[in-house]
Write a protein that binds this ligand. Structure first.
Ligand code: ZN
Length: 280
C-alpha cells in the first residue's frame, strides 16, 4: 500500500467538504497547505465563472480531480428526456476545466413512480447516450453507486456489482471512458465489496472518495463523519482498491451540516490533512 503519511500528493478535496468557503477561498486554502487537487461542483463553477475558476486552478497549480456532477437520468422532463442535454452541458464544463472525469449520480425513481426496474433501464439508456459524447470530449464518466437508502430519491444503482454490470454492458472493451467512483460511505457495508473491487480493476476504478460512517447516522446525506471518527475501516478498503490497481487520489468528500460545515474552513482543511495521513 502507498504511504500517505509523508506527503499530500494523493490527497484531493471535494469542495462540498468546505461548503462555508467560496471556491476562491478553497483554492487559496488548498494552495497554502500544499494540496494539489480539487473536485468542484457545478454550482461553484457557475458562481465563479468557468474561465475565472479555471485560471484560479491553473495559477495555483491545482488539478481538477473530478467534476460534480452529472446523472439524474430518471427525471421525467419532457423537454429533456433522460436529461441528456443537461448532462452534455455538464460534461462540456468538465472538459473545459480539464477535469479527470465526471461523477454520475444516476437518479432515483421518477416522481410518483414505483417502477425501479424501469428507472434502472432509463439509467442504462442515459449513460449509453452520454458515453458516446464522453469519448468525443475525452472526459470519462464515473458511475457512483450510492447507499441503498438513497435508491428512491438519488440513485437506483446501489452496489459496486450493479455499477460494474452497467460498465461491462455499455463498455465491454474497457475504453477508459466509463468507470466507477468508489465512495467508502456508500459501499463499506457490502459483503461482496472485496470481490467486486477486484473485478473492477484499474480500468474501472477511477475515483476513491473518503469520509466515515458515524454511529448513529440519522441523515445519510448530510451527516458524514471525518475519516477516523466512524466505523469504516478505510485503510482496509484503500488496500483493496490499491490491490486492484488503483493509484489515483483519495478525495475527501464530507457533507456535514451539523459539524464540519459549522467550523472554520481552515480548521476543516487542517483536520482533513491530518486524518489523510493517519486514518486513510
Ligand atoms: Zn462520493
Amino acid at each position: 500500500m502507498r504511504n500517505l503519511s509523508t506527503d499530500l500528493n494523493h490527497l484531493a478535496i471535494n469542495t462540498a467538504t468546505i461548503k462555508q468557503w467560496s471556491l476562491e477561498q478553497i483554492v487559496e486554502g488548498c494552495y497554502a497547505r500544499g494540496i494539489r487537487a480539487i473536485t468542484p461542483w457545478r454550482h461553484d463553477i457557475e458562481k465563479a465563472g468557468l474561465a475565472i475558476a479555471r485560471s484560479w486552478f491553473k495559477d495555483a497549480g491545482i488539478a481538477v480531480s473530478g467534476y460534480c456532477r452529472g446523472g439524474f437520468f430518471t427525471t421525467s422532463d419532457e423537454k429533456d428526456p433522460l436529461a441528456i442535454n443537461e448532462n452534455r452541458r455538464a460534461l462540456e464544463e468538465a472538459t473545459e476545466l480539464g477535469a479527470a472525469g465526471m461523477a454520475l449520480v444516476v437518479g432515483g425513481l421518477p416522481n410518483g413512480s414505483k417502477d425501479i426496474e424501469g428507472a434502472r433501464a432509463q439509467v442504462v439508456e442515459g449513460i449509453a447516450a452520454l458515453l458516446e459524447y464522453a469519448k468525443v470530449l475525452k472526459t470519462p464518466l464515473l458511475i457512483e453507486p450510492l447507499h441503498p437508502v438513497l435508491a428512491a430519491d438519488r440513485a437506483c444503482v446501489n452496489t459496486l456489482r450493479h455499477a460494474l454490470d452497467i460498465c461491462d454492458e455499455l463498455d465491454p472493451d474497457v475504453s477508459g471512458y466509463l468507470g466507477v467512483a468508489f465512495d467508502v460511505h456508500h459501499l463499506w457495508w457490502d459483503p461482496e465489496l472485496q470481490a467486486q473491487t477486484q473485478r473492477a480493476g484499474k480500468g474501472r476504478l477511477m475515483a476513491f472518495h473518503v469520509c466515515d460512517w458515524l454511529v448513529p447516522t440519522k441523515d445519510v446525506l448530510t451527516e458524514r463523519g471525518m475519516m477516523g471518527d466512524g466505523v469504516i475501516d478505510i485503510p482496509k478498503l484503500r488496500g483493496w482498491v490499491e490491490a486492484a490497481g488503483f493509484d489515483g487520489l483519495c478525495e475527501v468528500e464530507i457533507f456535514s451540516a451539523k459539524d464540519w460545515w459549522t467550523r472554520d474552513g481552515g480548521e476543516v482543511l487542517d483536520v482533513c490533512i491530518a486524518r489523510h495521513r493517519t486514518a486513510v
